[in-house]
Design a protein around this ligand. Structure first.
Ligand SMILES: [Cu+2]
Length: 174
């Protein structure tokens, strides 16, 4: 009476809720490049970036029919000239490529198929901002509280140093 057993779906929900409740210091966002249009030709990706803030930790998702396009992360010169890197190990081509933004700064991406970059605007440049850090609610100024810390015998600071050596061994003798 009153007891309910968790069905698998419910326990999954509990799990998801638990994850949502765990405090985190950053908030990562997923950006579907081109939104519902995805990663394709003849789309204005520079307009797509307008009004979006990209931060370290966010993820770009390039979606396209596998085999029709790919994604190369390139540098500014390669971007400008649509130069496809010869190292094919740099190519993403799963059709649902997730790129995590790891560092702040300018990031460039092009499609390496045919002339999609050069003639059909399949190129994207974004500016990545430093990560968003959620700062916990500011605590009152940390005044030494007699009740908070471990009981440490206070010893008068040595006048030679002006500071107090921490109790316990600070180094290990051989
Ligand atoms: Cu393409």
């Amino acid at each position: 009476m009153g007891f309910r057993f968790l069905l698998p779906g419910q326990s999954l929900m509990m799990f998801v809720l638990l994850i949502a409740v765990v405090p985190s210091t950053t908030v990562a966002k997923y950006f579907i490049v081109g939104d519902e249009v995805g990663w394709t030709t003849n789309f204005d990706y520079q307009s797509w970036t307008v009004g979006k803030d990209f931060h370290v930790g966010d993820k770009l998702v390039f979606r396209y029919p596998k085999g029709f396009h790919n994604v190369f992360k390139v540098n500014g010169t390669e971007f400008q000239n649509c130069l496809v890197p010869s190292n094919s190990s740099l190519r993403l081509d799963s059709g649902s490529d997730i790129v995590t933004l790891l560092t702040p700064g300018r990031k460039w991406y092009i499609c390496g198929v045919a002339k999609h970059c050069k003639q059909q605007t399949q190129k994207l440049v974004i500016q990545v901002q430093p990560p968003i850090v959620i700062v916990p609610a500011p605590a009152p100024a940390p005044a030494p509280s007699p009740s908070s810390s471990a009981p440490i015998q206070t010893v008068a600071p040595s006048p030679a140093h002006g500071w107090q050596r921490a109790s316990g061994p600070s180094s290990i003798s051989p």
